[in-house]
Design a protein around this ligand. Structure first.
Ligand code: ADP
Ligand code: UDP
Length: 252
């Protein structure tokens, strides 16, 4: 890689300074982590797949007027993005009960919720990303009341859109995590979608078989993690088997 200033290295991505002010380059790694970094491994090609999948989803969101940080995909592993002030909250939208919801509240695994639930977690690995509510967000000034309203409205629109989009590909959008940031333009901040939307932060189940096509395969040691991510990419039409092979060969 060239002499670029590394701004931040996270668990799944690296951020580099971008070519213009207020831009960053987001590099997708093959590293997979779960349970707050306690479980770690590499999934060959995951970064490439998430780069292409997230590009497609962010582009579709833009098509329906949901602003996000993507400027363009640059290559197999990198995207040029708008630099944002990240709101330190993980927003989780749930359509079907599973994961921490089931563990925390004893709800039956797989229960279809009669309306989506939006939850908030503080982005803080040291504290294990604790669940928080809207009052915490306002009182501790992680977002203003107007920003929070916008975050909720955007999360709900994204869920409606993506649920239908994935369903058309025979995939159930079970739940997913979003991040948002403030984008400054002429002293005015707007809230836009950040980070990535991929099988790393969505639960995706095949409609017919309920087969998991997401990071739960890694969390639960179900095997064929890369194969599941590829399946999502193929169904979305972002890469074919041949293109993927070519991409991976050039990547090594
Ligand atoms: P983590 O920080 O949880 O280990 P990643 O490895 O995915 O996660 O790192 C990506 C980091 O980049 C995240 O902390 C995320 O909040 C941040 N980020 C995502 N999009 C942007 C953006 N547009 N501007 C600034 N930071 C961003
Ligand atoms: N999620 C995420 N990052 C996190 C925590 C959760 O992307 O740090 C996603 C996760 O992939 C799932 C949804 O948010 O799609 C809900 O996760 P849950 O609260 O059930 O957490 P988990 O079971 O992963 O602890």
């Amino acid at each position: 890689m060239k002499n670029r200033k590394k701004i931040y290295e996270g668990k799944a991505k690296i951020l580099y300074q971008g070519p213009e002010p207020n831009t960053l380059i987001q590099y997708f790694k093959d590293d997979a982590t779960a349970f707050n970094n306690k479980k770690k491994d590499q999934i060959p090609g995951k970064g490439v797949l998430n780069n292409f999948i997230s590009e497609l989803i962010m582009t579709r969101l833009k098509d329906v007027n949901i602003s996000n940080h993507l400027i363009k995909r640059m290559n197999m592993r990198e995207q040029l993005i708008k630099k944002l002030d990240i709101i330190p909250i993980e927003v989780v939208v749930r359509n079907i009960a599973t994961g921490s919801l089931v563990q925390r509240l004893g709800i039956k695994e797989g229960k279809v919720l009669n309306r989506p639930i939006i939850e908030f977690y503080l982005k803080n690995d040291k504290l294990n990303d604790p669940i928080i509510n809207e009052e915490h967000i306002i009182v501790f000034e992680w977002a203003t009341p107007n920003e929070l309203e916008e975050i909720i409205s955007l999360s709900s629109r994204i869920n409606d859109f993506l649920t239908g989009y994935f369903f058309s590909l025979n995939i159930r959008l079970v739940d997913f995590k979003l991040e948002f940031g403030r984008y400054w333009d002429n002293e005015e901040a707007s809230i836009i979608v950040a980070d990535e939307i991929s099988p790393d932060n969505c639960r995706l189940w095949d409609v017919k078989t309920n087969k998991k096509l997401d990071k739960d395969r890694f969390r639960q040691d179900l095997g064929e993690v890369g194969k599941a991510y590829k399946e999502v990419a193929y169904r979305l039409g972002v890469l074919s088997e041949n293109e993927f092979k070519k991409v991976i060969k050039n990547d090594l």
